[in-house]
Design a protein around this ligand. Structure first.
Ligand SMILES: NC(=O)c1ccc[n+]([C@@H]2O[C@H](COP(=O)([O-])OP(=O)(O)OC[C@H]3O[C@@H](n4cnc5c(N)ncnc54)[C@H](OP(=O)(O)O)[C@@H]3O)[C@@H](O)[C@H]2O)c1
Length: 254
């Protein structure tokens, strides 16, 4: 489905990003994988290489100006760009009343929103050439306020990401680029512990999240990845400016 298309995936060192990178490679794509942790990226890179598609590995912090090299190195290496998956994301804790919301907001927005805007602006000229598309990995958090006050900045960032995606979809439609978001609910991966959650509470956290969903189970990384592949493919050629929820029905119930 993606034979010799070139795909960039940020946040590819774990979770959804690692899974979707592998799925793209299995469908014939050349993949650039990006994250800060080189050891984890190298491990994922080996799994991708086993599909016969050698990935370009770029260690970069996308919240910093060095993110610009992600696009230029991909073009130098693969010669074109067809799909940009802005998947890297973090959460940071701080509420209005505990006095830490500004700190949390600044940290989260740099990665979850500013970096996406930065990479979009650098990628757009190349995506216009291939009539490519962008998938932004948002969250169900974009669609409702946080019930946990300390997570407010995460919800704000994902709502901003959805709205940026709609603005970008409208502007970039003029040059043939589609822009969509996927909005996962709880996913069975390490996002909770990677973002300061207590590892010893991981299984309790999983059970709590399962009980909050209508279906009673969490999504897998691959399930989110398959929706990303659909939106990135020609099967979705008339889909742009959309937010696709994959959340086991958590928004229906909680
Ligand atoms: N898990 C869930 O329940 C859930 C639900 C809804 C939405 N999401 C969204 O899904 C996306 C992927 O998260 P995940 O669930 O797969 O969790 P994850 O395993 O924690 O993945 C996050 C990825 O982002 C990378 N990353 C974070 N900050 C970065 C930075 N400044 N520069 C480059 N890479 C950075 C991390 O790699 P390094 O640490 O190596 O840089 C990691 O590969 C995120 O946008 C998240 O908000 C997750």
């Amino acid at each position: 489905m993606f034979n010799n298309k070139v795909v960039i995936v940020t946040g590819a060192s774990s979770g959804i990003g690692a899974a979707v990178s592998l799925l793209f490679a299995k469908e014939g794509a050349n993949v650039t994988i990006v994250a800060r942790n080189l050891a984890k990226l190298t491990d994922i890179g080996k799994k991708i290489e086993a599909t016969g598609k050698k990935p370009l590995i770029i260690q970069a912090d996308i919240s910093k100006e060095e993110a610009g090299t992600v696009i230029s190195k991909t073009i130098d290496h693969f010669g074109q760009l067809d799909v940009l998956v802005n998947n890297a994301g973090i959460s940071s804790q701080g509420s209005i009343m505990n006095g830490k919301i500004v700190e949390a907001y600044d940290e989260v927005m740099k990665t979850n929103v500013r970096a996406v805007i930065h990479l979009t602006s650098l990628a757009a000229p190349y995506l216009a050439k291939t009539k490519g598309n962008i998938i932004n990995v948002s969250s169900g958090a974009a669609l409702r306020p946080s019930k946990e006050p300390t997570s407010a900045s995460y919800h704000i960032s994902k709502a901003a990401l959805d709205h940026f995606s709609r603005c970008a979809a409208l502007e970039l439609a003029t040059v043939g680029i589609r822009v969509n978001t996927v909005n996962p609910g709880p996913v069975d991966n390490d996002f909770f512990t990677n973002n300061g959650g207590d590892n010893s509470l991981k299984s309790d956290h999983k059970k709590i999240m399962e009980d909050l969903t209508a279906l009673g189970y969490l999504s897998t990384n691959e399930e989110i990845g398959r929706v990303i592949l659909f939106l990135a493919s020609d099967k979705a050629r008339s889909v742009t400016g959309s937010s696709y929820c994959i959340d086991s029905g958590i928004l229906l119930k909680y």
